[in-house]
Write a protein of this length. Structure first.
Length: 182
């Protein structure tokens, strides 16, 4: 297992940066994952090692986005407690970088057959949420509908009101998915 931190404090959560700079930094981070992290994982394990990514909260958006854009490199995703509309974090700012990194925006319009078929072939597209404090199960449900409309198989699981938007929830969710779905 490999763990990579985000650059949220150097992008969307940095209130001292201009919106364009934030979106540009986000794209740089994506490229770092694709061009450095994944090759490193393969070099440390095996070229045949499947890569699954996971994230919670803002990390759910990141992990889902990374998978959807490069299903040729990433074999599946576990997204916990996510909002898949990047404008939620960009305070409404929209440019091409935001649009093409906001799954709720670009997925309805994605028509590249090759990418869609690679996404559809994954048996590991897991969207998890709770409905307790600070959770937004509506966001996961809306995104699941977008996937359904594209004919993309996924698991959407709402764990209920006892699961709030916090680390104890995600510490329960992740091992459960590994033990029941992998």
């Amino acid at each position: 297992m490999f763990s990579v931190d985000s650059v949220n404090n150097e992008s969307w959560m940095n209130n001292n940066m201009a919106p364009w700079d934030k979106s540009n930094r986000h794209v740089q981070w994506n490229n770092y994952i694709y061009n450095e992290v994944i090759p490193y994982i393969k070099s440390e394990t095996s070229p045949d090692t499947p890569v699954f990514i996971s994230g919670a909260s803002f990390g759910a958006l990141h992990s889902m986005n990374l998978f959807l854009k490069r299903p040729d490199l990433i074999n599946g995703v576990i997204a916990m407690s996510g909002v898949y509309d990047l404008t939620y974090y960009s305070n409404g700012y929209m440019d091409d970088n935001v649009y093409f990194n906001s799954p709720q925006h670009y997925m309805p319009n994605l028509s590249d057959h090759h990418i869609l078929e690679n996404i559809r072939r994954s048996n590991h597209m897991h969207i998890l949420t709770g409905s307790g404090s600070y959770e937004d199960p509506r966001a996961g449900g809306e995104f699941a509908k977008t996937l359904y409309d594209k004919g993309i198989p996924y698991d959407f699981d709402n764990w209920g009101e006892n699961y709030k938007h916090d680390w104890p929830t995600w510490r329960d969710m992740l091992p459960n998915i590994f033990s029941t779905r992998f």
